[in-house]
Design a protein around this ligand. Structure first.
Ligand SMILES: [Fe+2]
Ligand SMILES: [Fe+2]
Length: 285
């Protein structure tokens, strides 16, 4: 094994996970091809999921929610945070790879071109700012990855389900029943998902954004539910309605990468306006 796969950063860059997901859900792929994801995944991605599934326990999630939920990381504007996120430099080819800000702008521009409401465009702009968790020192497995509920049985719709055998929670019978620590249709707000950039950006922005945008941010990596229909037994009717929005958002996140690089000078006035319409100058992170 190479040294790289033994540490907490098996991915060369966080985007390797995003690319893996986009590849998995490439339009036109047959169900068989889709099921074959494990064969197509490169070893760094596989190692990343091994860590993610082994270490995301209920206990860990509760600790991270308490730690970051208080928003004590200081005040910053949306733009300052975007600049900060952009310091997540990767060592891959700068010509083919987009900066973090470019991914955000490509997503939001694609949403804007389709004529969606301003809050929807804004959701695109901020959806991955939670990846700054990485700059706070969180390991990759606690920043990205398809999210899933902890404290109840793991769905077989989660990628690499076999890796859950190494998670200490899999030995806790109470956590391995269908409902686990939850009640039927208790609502996703009462369900703890594996910790990562979705929950963090939701926590930071929720009081400024309309409910559908909150759902888009909070659940955009919850592929087992929004792509595969898993965990409906924990969802309310309102969750189901709001997941229509999560599904509407997902293609922009996945498929806007190939588009032309956004011309920042041209679009800057629109986005400065948009951000100040919803957010004060600085917010708590
Ligand atoms: Fe994301
Ligand atoms: Fe994204």
């Amino acid at each position: 094994m190479e040294a790289a796969v033994l540490n907490n950063a098996p991915l060369k860059e966080l985007d390797e996970w995003d690319d893996f997901v986009a590849e998995r859900y490439q339009p036109g792929k047959s169900e068989d091809q889709f099921r074959n994801y494990a064969a197509d995944a490169n070893p760094t991605v596989t190692e990343f999921y091994r860590q993610n599934h082994a270490y995301q326990t209920l206990d860990f999630v509760l600790k991270k929610k308490a730690e970051y939920g208080a928003l004590t990381r200081g005040k910053k504007s949306i733009w300052e945070m975007a600049e900060y996120l952009n310091t997540l430099v990767d060592d891959s080819d700068p010509d083919t790879d987009l900066t973090q800000i470019e991914h955000l702008l490509q997503t939001s521009e694609a949403i804007r071109k389709d004529g969606h409401p301003r809050w929807f465009v804004l959701a695109g702009l901020v959806h991955d700012l939670g990846k700054v968790l990485c700059l706070y020192g969180e390991p990759q497995w606690a920043v990205v990855g398809d999210t899933f509920p902890v404290g109840c049985a793991y769905s077989d719709q989660i990628v690499f389900p076999e890796f859950f055998a190494a998670n200490p929670d899999s030995k806790v019978p109470e956590y391995q029943t269908k409902y686990g620590i939850y009640k039927p249709n208790c609502g996703l707000d009462n369900v703890h998902l594996s910790w990562g950039h979705d929950e963090y950006i939701y926590t930071v922005t929720k009081k400024y954004l309309p409910e559908p945008a909150q759902y888009m941010l909070r659940y955009h990596s919850f592929y087992p539910a929004h792509r595969h229909g898993a965990y409906r037994h924990l969802m309310t009717e309102q969750d189901e309605r709001m997941f229509e929005w999560v599904r509407a958002f997902n293609p922009y996140d996945l498929y806007s990468k190939g588009r032309e690089r956004p011309n920042w000078k041209e679009i800057k006035p629109f986005y400065e306006d948009l951000v100040s319409e919803f957010f004060p100058d600085q917010i708590d992170w």
